[in-house]
Design a binder for this molecule. Sequence first.
Ligand code: ADP
Ligand code: MG
Ligand code: MG
Length: 251
Amino acid sequence: MLEIKNLHVKLEEEDKQILKGVDLEVPAGKVHAIMGPNGSGKSTLSYVLSGRDGYEVTEGSASLEGQDLLDLDPEERAAAGLFLAFQYPVEIPGVGNMTFLRTAVNAQRKARGEDEMSATDFLKMVREKAKDLKIDAEMLKRPVNVGFSGGEKKRNEILQMAVLAPKMCILDETDSGLDVDAMKLVSDGVNALRDAGRGFLVITHYQRLLDHIKPDVVHIMADGRIIKSGGPELALEVEKNGYADILSEVA
Ligand code: ADP
Ligand code: MG
Ligand code: MG
């Protein structure tokens, strides 16, 4: 599903190399987690995959179902089936949540040569998914994320994900700032979307999210590279001993 080979990325403005050869393959149907110390390049990886400005790929490749991602605009990446839930979801004053979702869905359908969804069907679909995530109708009418609590923003990200039904979902520290109940809701939302045709890349600082979203593979990222990969037990090891052991073992 997602294939990243030898990805090197530097900042556009500065001569600073951030990703130094990332290799990663997430097959369809699998959940991979990335953990790693602060500043190791986890968010940069998700930004580069989504096509955010400010980064320059100097070497390597990234593809989704064999399609080169790095050549595409952010909108084209989304239409190809890539979705990112951000650590800090953006507020969009003046744009109603429902309008935003409908525009996103129809843009995606258009890019795929499909007809628009009828307003009635769309409303029904969103309401059902919102209910599962305990998002009330009032929140759907408000401007996107404006005045939402941290937990509401994260749930709204998962709602966007559920509505867009992407092929590859990347969640960047979606658990940060969530209390236990909100984390459970977010995890349930993710687990409900687990599917043989869909891949997940879950970036997290904490093992506790991985108690709810059971990953197939855990990767440790440090200094712009994946330095170790293993099963879910790797996350438990990090939780217990921190990164020091793994870092010195690899060094
Ligand atoms: P992580 O998500 O693993 O904490 P980041 O990808 O946020 O790491 O950051 C990796 C490194 O790149 C850090 O040293 C960070 O300061 C630096 N970095 C990332 N983006 C920028 C930027 N736009 N300007 C300056 N430094 C940046
Ligand atoms: Mg960080
Ligand atoms: Mg980060």
